[in-house]
Design a protein around this ligand. Sequence first.
Ligand SMILES: NC(=O)c1ccc[n+]([C@@H]2O[C@H](COP(=O)([O-])OP(=O)(O)OC[C@H]3O[C@@H](n4cnc5c(N)ncnc54)[C@H](OP(=O)(O)O)[C@@H]3O)[C@@H](O)[C@H]2O)c1
Length: 177
Amino acid sequence: MTTHFYTASSLDGFIATPQDSLEWLFAQHFDQEGPMSYESFIPGIGALVMGRSTYQWLLKHQDTWEYSQPTWVFTHRQLPGIERADIRFISDDVGSSFADIHASAQGKDIWVMGGGDLAGQFADAGHLDELWIQLAPVTLGSGKALLPRNLQLELLDTSRNDDFVCAHYRVLGKLGA
Ligand SMILES: NC(=O)c1ccc[n+]([C@@H]2O[C@H](COP(=O)([O-])OP(=O)(O)OC[C@H]3O[C@@H](n4cnc5c(N)ncnc54)[C@H](OP(=O)(O)O)[C@@H]3O)[C@@H](O)[C@H]2O)c1
């Protein structure tokens, strides 16, 4: 069972603007049946994990909740759930909560959707295995960081998907450790 951080990023390492806009991302072209596509990634996923900002972004911008998997939302706030969706709010450190998240995936993989610091918390706890990054041909200058940690990665694969450079990495551990 593998924990993945699968996300799109600007070339300069931001997954959203400081105001949480993704307009720059959706202006690009990505072939959903091409290399490293969402369609090939999602069938292996048994549980989703996200932070409060990512959840609120989805609530605001998606008409319907498209995920059947248990979804763990890390937050310190009271947030609305979604009818007929399995949303589990959690306020804890990743190390303490990982066993429950792992069990909920029922043998399938875990997708940390974002943000970058939450993915970093999984790395801190030794529970982040692979990164799948779709690099958009855009620089933002500032914004929400892709993965604000010092990590050593192993490049497993690269490909082009329309406007994006796609890179797949294994997380080896802390840089210099
Ligand atoms: N480019 C892409 O493909 C992509 C993918 C995913 C997300 N995004 C976007 O990137 C942005 C990410 O925002 P973000 O960096 O602010 O990250 P985020 O992880 O979505 O949200 C951060 C918040 O999560 C809560 N949190 C994190 N760790 C916690 C813990 N251990 N316990 C309890 N609560 C915890 C805190 O919320 P509280 O305020 O509740 O304490 C924290 O302020 C969003 O705009 C999202 O839409 C982009």
